[in-house]
Every structure is written in C-alpha cells, then in structure tokens.
Write a protein that binds this ligand. Sequence first.
Ligand code: NAP
Length: 345
Amino acid sequence: MTPAGLPEFVRHDVDLSRHTTLALPGRAALFAEIRQVEQLARLAGSRLARRFVLGGGSNVVFSGDFDGLVLHIAIRGRELIGEDQDSWIVRAGAGEGWHEFVGWTLENGWPGLENLALIPGTVGAAPIQNIGAYGIEVAERFLALEAFDLRSGTIRRLDHAACRFGYRDSVFKQQGWHREGRLAITHVSFRLPKAWRARTAYADLAAELAGRRIVAPTASEVADAVVAVRRRKLPDPGVLPNAGSFFENPVVSAALADRLGREHPDLPTYPQTDGRVKLAAGWLIEHSGWKGRDLGRAGMYENQALVLVNRGGASGSEVLALARAVQADVRERFAVELSPEPVIV
Ligand code: NAP
C-alpha cells in the first residue's frame, strides 16, 4: 500500500494529455492502469471523493486538472466463447481497441461489426454511448457486459435489456454511471450473425463501394470502404488532436423539423420511428458559419464541421468556450440545442 492507503499500482500526479485524443493539458492526482479485474477489487470501497473511468480517451474533455483517481481500463483479451446455428459469440476485454477488435472479428470470418470500423475508443466504451455508424449500432450486436461495481465490490452482468440502449445512449449515460466512476466495464460480449447481409444504404458508403465497382461486398470490403470514407472526412488524432464528433445529432419535434425544412430546403432530415426527426449536427454547424473556423487554439474541422480539433496547445477551457460559441450560434439560427457528445470532466 502507498502512504495514502491505496495499492502500489496507483500513481500520483500523472499527465493526462497523453491519455486523451484531444491532448488537452491536465494532471490526475491519482491514476491507476487496470489490467486485471483483481485490481478493481483492491480499490473497491476506497473512500475517494472522485473517480473517473477512462478508456481510450476519445470521448472525454478534462477541463483542467482532476483531483481524484482516474482508472484507466486496459483489460485485454478476445475470444470466441460460443457458437450456435445462428451466430458466433465473442467476448473481449474492455481495454481492447475497438477498431482492432472489429478487424480481428473480420479476419476470423465473423461479420457484423464492419460498418463500425475505425470508430475511435475501446471495446468497453462502445456500449456506453451505443456507438453507431452507417446504419448499424452496437446494440444490434451486443449480447452482455460485465462490470465491476466499485461501491459494492461485486461483478455485475448486464444483458441487452438492462443496458436500455437508445440512439447513442444507454443506462450508463441515463444513470450517470459513466461520469461517477461507479461501474467499470471489464468485458463485453457480442453475438455476430451467420445469416449476414451487407448494409450499405448510407450515401457516403454506397458511393465509396460504387467507386470501387463493388456490387455485392464482403464484410471486409464494407469495412475497407468505411475506413476510406472516415479517413477522408476525419482527422487522425495523432496528427490533429480531436475527439471525433463533438456534438450529438439532435432529434427534434416534427413541427420544428417541418419549419426548418421550409426555411432551409437543403436541410437533411431523417424521420425516426417515434415521430421525431433526426437532423445532422454537422450541417447545422456548417450553416452557422463554423466549418473550418477557430476560436483561440481550438477550431471546427474544415472537412467535417462536427469535429472539434485542437490546433496545438489548446486548454480544456478554450475547447469548452468554442463549444459554447457553436451551441449559441446554432441555437440562434435554428432554435436547435446541440449537446456535446464527450463527457466533460
Ligand atoms: P453522415 O453520414 O454525414 O450523416 C449525418 C447524419 O445524417 C447522421 O445523423 C446520420 O444518422 C444521418 N444519416 C445519414 N444518412 C442516413 C440514412 N441513410 N438514414 C438515416 N440517417 C442518415 O455522418 P458523419 O458525421 O460523416 O458520420 C458517419 C457515421 O458515423 C454516421 O452514421 C454517424 O452517426 C457515425 N458516427 C458515430 C459516432 C458515435 O457513435 N459516437 C461518432 C461519429 C460518427 P446516424 O447518426 O444515425 O448514422
């Protein structure tokens, strides 16, 4: 145990900029890299004011220093744990990189996650915001997850129903578990379909496949096309630090969507099953004049207005000031409220 009564693997005063894809300055008072569930058991019940569970750092903004304990989940491992007539069942450690995990399933001939290729972050983060892209979301392939409850010191298993998935949403967000640092996801299992059909209706993906003259793509060909589209539109965090899409795509009332559609005939609208209408946040930001525009050392990316980038040396407060300015202009122009997608700590 350290003098503070914490296990020896807990480090003091750790630089957080290397642990987030926005590369913002900030230090954690305490930091633990978690490679095994047993380490979580040793931390359970520790009386700390604040805890934060960190995965790949692609969906978090530290607005400054963090005065509690950051738990960096680095639990690895991936395996086929079952198979029946309809599906393959795979399980992975929460610290596995999402894109590498998708690649591994495809190499083994298990399709189903190809549209989600190149989404940044870890396997453990995927169910929290129910990541989705090009017409597939993780909830469709999700079987169950295991999470360590740091308050009670027990392992909990959450099945599909218990996760209460919605559009980029789950019980973790609804209950605030992801920001409280109460539950740390340790493993996730997925059910991958044997009767697989490519899903290629999204315009960008369809155009990419057409450009490659592929009519009936394999799952790997879909993944390759998704990767090519994403690489074109999204900056590489290693070159230009960013956290992917910075705002959620808003879902608004049909009445508001109708009014906006009359005022802006080229506004893309996507009706939802509940009668509401999804709008493209990137379009709203671009048409509020923010595409390629900076505020301080942060800016909205020139190839995709939904991505907030750190031009070099931006602080957490500069990022948040830019986000507020974008929200205010979109609100004033379109009467639509944008919600940040990353967790702001
Ligand atoms: P995009 O393809 O330009 O689409 C922009 C918006 O239009 C999204 O809200 C998308 O819905 C919607 N949309 C486009 N075509 C649609 C169709 N055929 N049917 C229904 N809705 C349609 O978006 P992008 O910004 O370049 O991102 C590409 C994909 O990656 C999108 O699916 C986006 O949601 C996804 N993405 C996900 C995350 C995440 O999981 N956190 C982060 C970044 C991007 P959907 O959002 O429902 O797809």
